[in-house]
Ligand binder design. Structure first.
Ligand code: AMP
Length: 217
């Protein structure tokens, strides 16, 4: 079984690519950001705490995120392979992932591959601050790059209700990028040393990134 780690800054397209790999190749997408957003929807003291950290653009504690991903790994049907979107984000998480794979008999033979999508900061900020979603069917749009065909109406389901992520504003994006360079970039060196690291130019079209991505699988 393959475990693909998609690395890269917020807005580089990890989520979109992971969704396509799931749809087309049957890989299971595990996104820690989605998992946390689901926890936030449940009303609890923990969800309020998580929401605050996410809204500030900071990282959730390693200990908590490790519990969340471990549970999801065990509950998911990962036969075909797994794509990790947003995990690991720190060196501690990267090292824990290996331990977790070794300790689980279902996952012991898993082969790790790391693919990083590189995009410059100016493009990232433009991409993130312009994105919005249909509140009903969750189709993704962008003010400039992918507006709805009819103003204010979702192309897919006709809904007139849209939303944006709380953390997709310029100030929070800058903080998320800072955290990416401080905490996540060191993981790149770690995987380079293990010779399982590949990098893709994420300024290319989504289709080109996908083609290159699948050539590494
Ligand atoms: P994402 O959807 O991947 O952009 O993640 C949204 C937010 O969730 C991040 O800005 C963090 O606050 C939190 N988050 C997601 N994954 C992790 C992780 N592996 N470690 C810590 N925080 C995370």
């Amino acid at each position: 079984m393959k475990v693909i780690i998609l690395l890269g800054p917020p807005g580089c397209g990890k989520g979109t690519q992971a969704e396509k790999l799931e749809r087309q190749l049957g890989y299971k997408k595990l996104s820690t950001g989605d998992m946390l957003r689901n926890i936030v929807k449940q009303d609890s003291p923990l969800s309020i705490k998580i929401q605050e950290v996410m809204d500030a653009g900071d990282l959730i504690d390693d200990e908590l995120i490790i519990k969340v991903i471990e549970k999801s790994f065990l509950e998911s049907d990962c036969q075909q392979g797994v794509i990790l979107d947003g995990f690991p984000r720190t060196l501690i998480q990267a090292k824990h992932l290996e331990k977790m794979l070794l300790k689980n008999s279902k996952l012991q033979n898993a082969k790790l591959d790391v693919i990083s999508i590189k995009v410059n900061d100016i493009s990232l900020i433009k991409r993130i601050t312009g994105r919005f979603f249909c509140s009903k069917c969750l189709s993704g749009y962008h003010d400039e790059y992918k507006p709805t065909i009819k103003d204010g109406i979702c192309d897919q389901c006709g809904s007139k209700s849209f939303s944006r992520r709380n953390d997709d504003n310029e100030e929070t994006v800058k903080r998320r990028l800072e955290n990416y360079y401080n905490d996540s970039v060191p993981i790149i060196e770690y995987y380079k040393e293990q010779k399982i690291f590949n990098q893709i130019d994420g300024e290319q079209t989504m289709e080109k990134v996908y083609t290159e991505l699948t050539s590494y699988l």
